[in-house]
Design a protein around this ligand. Structure first.
Ligand code: EPU
Length: 436
């Protein structure tokens, strides 16, 4: 992947047909480090084809694990022989979720030395709750030269109560506690589907975790975890992104391989906006289409089961295409309105004041060159490009490729006019031909 790669989208085509959702990014980036805790080899299925997976597998290999690809989405991982407990900066900086190696290595070896994830100093996106959990379990934590040094002798179960609801710290607490002596009780835990998936994965190896999906998780430490063969849950945010893309283009799309109950808050908001949704729990699919105008709607992000912050940029883009004034309140992440400046370049009328964006629905967007500043911002700009008149160039697409499997292939199968350009200078003639 080249940092000058870009997506080129000629907008205005209705998305029609079917799309198959891949395994969940935020589950797999927790489950791959969790493999370190397993005392036998294990097999992970439904692994999405995204760059965060490539990085996670590379870190496992650098630590000494043997990774074998058994099929397009299936990996066998044998981490039984690893000796290293260190994840250096060069590896950790490439992916924020590399901090899950802290909990996993600590849980396995009672010690770990893992670089702080790149670009995120303690102040800006803190990990104080992660460290609090490790300390509660008896670990000493030191921060030296950007490395977090953890050691325990041994880890012991305890009560952990988080001051904020945090996905990352809940994952790390589970990873560290699963083999700790005695009982750990995590209070004010995150309830996201990927927390439940991590617990189900560990339980399938013989762990004793109850309550995942509620705000109290109880973990009784076990000594041995046996091998397992485990499929990752479908990605609720990828599903939501295609649902919004279908609605934004006035299309009709069957989104397949989803867990319908994970989509409830997204479905509920989209229905308020006037989108038609036929949810089919029996066949794990939802059909999305529009048969009237999109309606202004106020949206607030909340931790699960509320409306996810990871869908906020996409739904805000949809609201640009609705009639009237909508308000979107971001209550989970601090810097989740960075995409707004780019969307304005496509004709959006959005004012941001602190946690609130006021969106004047203009009903239309126009193509422009734009930059993805993070993963979901990139997804939102792609939706905008699909719905806009004219051509949109989305740059910095490495953000998008961190979390979406084959987005170009899936969108093209739905009838979108989109290409990935790896040599932008050569792209101009092709685009001008297409632009008419
Ligand atoms: N927080 C603290 N202290 C901590 C940890 C978090 O104050 O020690 C605060 C954060 O600053 C933030 C809030 O708690 O304001 C929630 O952060 P959380 O820890 O839940 O976020 P995260 O674990 O860093 C995960 C997802 C994000 C998603 C958030 C919120 C993964 C790998 N990442 O991040 O996903 O936005 O939860 O749901 O699971 C994405 O997929 O695009 C993405 C960014």
């Amino acid at each position: 992947m080249n940092s000058s790669d870009r997506f080129v989208i000629k907008g205005g085509r209705r998305l029609m047909g079917e799309v198959e959702i891949s395994g969940a990014k935020n589950a797999v980036v927790a489950i791959l480090p969790a493999v370190l805790l397993c005392d036998e080899p294990c097999v992970i299925e439904n692994v999405p084809d995204i760059s965060d997976v490539v990085i996670s597998l590379q870190i496992l290999e650098e630590l000494g694990a043997i990774v074998e690809k058994l099929g397009p989405h299936t990996y066998r991982i044998d981490a039984t022989g690893i000796k290293s407990t260190c994840v250096p900066y060069e590896s950790a900086r490439r992916m924020r979720a590399s901090y899950y190696f802290m909990g996993a290595l600590l849980g396995r070896f009672s010690k770990a030395r893992v670089s702080m994830p790149g670009g995120c100093p303690l102040g800006a996106r803190p990990i104080d709750q992660h460290l609090k959990a490790f300390q509660k379990l008896g670990a000493q934590c030191k921060l030296e030269q950007g490395m977090v040094d953890l050691s325990a002798n041994p880890l012991k179960g305890n009560q952990i109560f988080f001051d904020v609801v945090t996905v990352g710290a809940t994952v790390n607490a589970i990873l560290a506690a699963v083999k700790a002596e005695g009982l750990t009780v995590i209070g004010n835990a995150a309830k996201e589907p990927h927390i439940v998936d991590l617990a189900s994965f560990l339980n399938s190896m013989g762990a004793d975790i109850i309550g995942a999906g509620t705000d109290t998780i109880k973990i009784r430490g076990v000594k041995y975890l046996h091998g397992t063969d485990y499929p990752i849950i479908p990605d609720q945010i990828e599903a939501g992104t295609y649902m919004v893309a279908a609605a934004a283009t006035g299309g009709n799309v069957l989104v397949k391989n989803v867990t319908v109950r994970h989509l409830n808050s997204i479905i509920s908001v989209m229905e308020k906006i006037g989108v038609q949704i036929e949810a089919d729990e029996e066949h794990d699919q939802v059909r999305v289409f529009t048969d009237g105008p999109l309606i202004k709607t106020n949206v607030k992000t909340r931790p699960h089961p509320g409306f996810p912050t990871d869908m906020q940029p996409q739904i805000s883009t949809l609201l640009c295409l609705a009639e009237g004034t909508s308000m979107v309140k971001e209550d989970v992440s601090e810097q989740r309105f960075q995409y707004v400046d780019e969307l304005r370049r496509m004709g959006a009328d959005i004012q941001v004041d602190g946690k609130v964006a006021v969106i004047e629905g203009t009903g239309r967007l126009t193509g422009a060159p734009v930059k993805a500043c993070d993963l979901r911002a990139g997804a939102a700009l792609m939706i905008a490009g699909l719905a806009a008149s004219g051509v949109t160039y989305v740059e910095d697409i490495f953000h998008v490729e961190r979390g979406y499997s084959d987005m170009v292939g899936k969108l093209r199968a739905l009838g979108a006019e989109i290409v990935k350009e790896t040599h932008p200078d050569e792209a101009e003639p092709l685009l001008q031909e297409n632009a008419g």
